[in-house]
Design a protein around this ligand. Structure first.
Ligand code: NAD
Ligand code: DAU
Length: 352
């Protein structure tokens, strides 16, 4: 069995669904169900006897100890986090609580559990920590992509909190010998992503006939990866990664935000014709401290693990738009209530 934290969120849910489709190994999902967590994301495995869902906080030490003792997972895959950069600017405290203190509590429970494990369970045990390329800071236009030896230089409260967690994970290997693996991935997109992030936000606004708010000049660059490819990379690192190592994961798909939004408008025009979506593009006030460019050098994961993305940006985007069009009830459910408050806070009228 494996323990997956944050498995009701975007990447975690895709990971659990893919895992159970490809393996008979059971999964226990631990998720606090914050605004970003949604049991509807796990609906494909709702009646699967191999899956157990537990609502709870990774920072709840007693709960983590109970789950480890009861289920004896051979691995913990830690997705649970506060993840939205703009929210970390408006309210950083939750990012420190979950991403730093929560990861610490989970890691420390894993350390105690690992120390008491008999062989051969001990030799098999892994703690895989899912992190981000944002810990490396911002690249210039001609810089090489982030490699595993790039110095950490986080610029937002979100990336600083993820960097802090990464350092704790590293230290637990160095000091206590906990068999950790860390992955630092670029921007994901795909089904079940909360519509506060660029691509689903733009799909939601485009379909609703609302402005498509591009920050600044739209020239910031991200390296886009389809979520199914990220999940495959994590599975491969879990099986073949060397304890104590970090692996960067990227999509070989660098694009400016304006290129992404225009590509999305073209896909929408094909799949839901009838509107000039690009005419809805609206340049708004920039994000404070907005990192200009991220890019991943995937040499290590390709050479050592044998992983490479299967989807192109075009194929992944077409599948993503199709999913959102086919799942309008999901979109309507997650864009009610609290979501509206967030939109009015972050996209105040002076921005538009
Ligand atoms: P998400 O915001 O969609 O989901 C996060 C999940 O964690 C939610 O289900 C939420 O309820 C849960 N959660 C939050 N706080 C918790 C706590 N204290 N205890 C238990 N559960 C808690 O996030 P995502 O986009 O799926 O990201 C998952 C992980 O991948 C994060 O660690 C993130 O930093 C990392 N990551 C994301 C991306 C991306 O592009 N989305 C890229 C690289 C890395
Ligand atoms: O790089 C990995 C990271 O990617 C993950 O660690 C984060 O959890 C994830 O949220 C994502 O961070 P970004 O800040 O890059 O993603 P976001 O979707 O918020 O924004 C992508 C780009 O689009 C960024 O340059 C900001 C811009 N943007 C975003 C929003 C929400 C806009 O122009 N308009 C918007 O309304």
């Amino acid at each position: 069995m494996i323990l997956v934290t944050g498995g009701a969120g975007f990447i975690g849910a895709n990971f659990v669904i893919d895992w159970l489709a490809q393996s008979d190994e059971r999964v226990v999902t631990l998720d606090k169900l914050t605004y970003a967590g949604n049991l509807g994301n796990l609906s494909p495995v709702r009646d699967d006897a191999r899956h157990v869902f537990v609502r709870g906080d990774i920072g709840d030490r007693a709960l983590a100890e109970r789950l480890l003792a009861e289920y004896r997972p051979r691995a913990i895959v830690n997705f649970a986090a506060e993840t939205h950069v703009d929210r970390s600017i408006h309210g950083p405290a939750a990012f420190i609580a979950t991403n730093v203190v929560g990861t610490f509590e989970l890691l420390d429970a894993a350390r105690a559990h690992f120390a008491a494990l008999p062989e051969p369970e001990r030799a098999r045990f892994r703690f895989l920590h899912v992190s981000t390329d944002e810990v490396f800071g911002s690249l210039g236009p001609h810089d090489a992509g982030f490699s595993e030896t790039t110095a950490y230089a986080p610029n937002s409260p979100y990336s600083a909190s993820k960097a802090a967690a990464d350092h704790l994970v590293r230290a637990y290997h160095h000091t206590y010998g906990v068999p950790v693996l860390t992955t630092n991935c670029s921007n994901n997109y795909g089904p079940r992503q909360f519509p506060e992030k660029l691509i689903p936000l733009m799909i939601h606004n485009a379909l609703a006939g609302n402005p498509l708010p591009v920050y600044g000049d739209g020239g910031n660059v991200r390296d886009w990866l389809y979520v199914g490819d990220h999940c495959a990379a994590i599975r491969a690192v879990l099986e073949r990664g060397r304890p104590g190592e970090t692996y960067n994961i990227g999509g070989n798909a660098e694009m400016t935000n304006l290129e992404v939004v225009n590509a999305l408008c073209r896909v929408l025009a094909l799949q839901r014709p009838g509107r000039d979506y690009a005419a809805q593009i609206n340049f708004v006030r920039d994000r404070p401290g907005h990192d200009r460019r991220y890019a991943i050098d995937p040499t290590k994961i390709r050479a050592e693990i044998g992983w490479a993305p299967r989807e192109t940006f075009e194929s992944g985007l077409a599948q993503t738009v199709r999913w959102y069009l086919d799942n309008s009830a999901w979109l309507a459910a997650v864009t009610s209530g609290e979501y509206k408050k967030w939109v009015s806070l972050n996209y105040a009228t002076e921005d538009a």
